[in-house]
Design a protein around this ligand. Structure first.
Ligand SMILES: Nc1ncnc2c1ncn2[C@@H]1O[C@H](COP(=O)(O)OP(=O)(O)OP(=O)(O)O)[C@@H](O)[C@H]1O
Ligand SMILES: [Mg+2]
Length: 311
């Protein structure tokens, strides 16, 4: 079997996820290479470990760079800290005014508060970066390589978290509005309101994109081992409850060789797990990837993986 439907014109966002070390980065890059044959493709890594550079054998970093001189394929490794500091710089005035008008904090406290790290902010910033790229519309396909499962799930939950913050900020603002109206009889919307409204629109855009099964697809990567199967099951349940579609699964590291005693044993040991994958994830299109004799690094190995994934 091969991966299907990823070339459909409507499909914009393809997210790879799964347990640590199962082959997410390798499969995301091989997929991006395939899609770049016919579409302008941007490969985005949200993994702080940033192994895309290593796998491509080319420096990437937090800027869009062309991959392997291919005009159809670019890549970027999102650095959440940098995304957050440019967000703060861009919206500093509105953020400060929000705190000034809705709290009793003085200037010094506000500066300290703005420097604090907020739980979940990395994923929020990563997803905002992705959606900003999609909005710019310079590419037809956006292929996302995520860090192990927990991070992917936080990434998916990030619009909800952002929405919670906006609600709190709006409540704080409401009191301010009430006071202004009480004293001056009317209230004019200001730049803080505009800022909160634009954040709210960002949340809506992310949610609409994630929940649109024509536009977004999640591709879980698994290996035939007990822990990986359990984690994939939990991931699929969470995806379903978030309304995100997964139509296919990649089963990596499959031992196919009977060449030596060790290989035979490895193969026999994987058999029950492959059967379990068939029954547990039977509704998904399944693509098996054999164990390569060497690590998947560089264009030659990635090209071979692309051939296996897409037939
Ligand atoms: N089918 C395979 N055969 C041999 N080596 C593989 C195969 N798939 C992946 N690898 C190797 O396994 C290692 C982990 O792969 P990869 O980085 O793609 O996984 P990952 O899921 O992205 O890992 P992480 O969770 O750390 O981000 C890499 O060294 C890669 O080259
Ligand atoms: Mg990886």
């Amino acid at each position: 079997m091969a991966l299907k439907g990823l070339e459909n014109n409507d499909l914009k966002l393809i997210i790879f996820g799964g347990k640590g070390g199962v082959g997410k980065t390798s499969c995301a890059i091989a997929t991006a290479l395939k899609l770049a044959e016919n579409s302008r493709t941007l490969l985005i890594s949200t993994d702080p470990a940033h192994s895309v550079s290593d796998c491509l054998e080319q420096p990437v970093g937090f800027r869009v760079v062309q991959v392997n001189s291919n005009p159809n394929l670019s890549a970027i490794e999102v650095v959440a800290d940098e995304a957050l500091s440019s967000f703060k710089t861009e919206h500093k005035a509105a953020l400060k005014k929000l705190l000034e008008t809705s709290t009793n904090l003085d200037n010094e406290d506000i500066d300290e508060m703005m420097a604090l790290s907020i739980p979940g902010i990395d994923e929020v910033m990563s997803f905002k970066t992705i959606i900003d790229f999609i909005d710019e519309g310079n590419f037809d396909k956006y292929v996302v390589d995520t860090a192990p499962t927990g991070h992917a799930l936080r990434l998916i939950a990030s619009p909800k978290l952002l929405d919670e913050w906006i609600k709190v900020a709006a409540r704080m603002r409401w009191k301010y509005r009430y006071m202004i109206t009480a004293f001056s009889g009317s209230y004019q919307q200001d730049d803080v309101d505009a800022f909160l409204l634009s954040l709210k629109k960002t949340v809506k855009r992310i949610e609409n994109m994630l929940k649109d099964s024509d536009k977004c697809e999640f591709v879980p990567v698994c290996i035939p081992e007990a822990m990986a199967i359990l984690e994939t099951g939990r991931l699929l349940t969470d995806l379903e409850s978030s309304g995100i579609v997964a139509r296919q699964i990649i089963v990596n590291h499959v031992n196919e060789s009977d060449g030596c005693d060790f290989c035979k044993r490895r193969k026999a040991g994987q058999l029950p797990y492959l059967q379990e994958i068939n029954t547990t994830f039977g509704s998904l299109n399944k693509v098996e990837v054999p164990v390569f004799t060497e690590e998947i690094k560089g264009m030659e190995a990635l090209g071979r993986l692309k051939g296996i994934l897409f037939g």
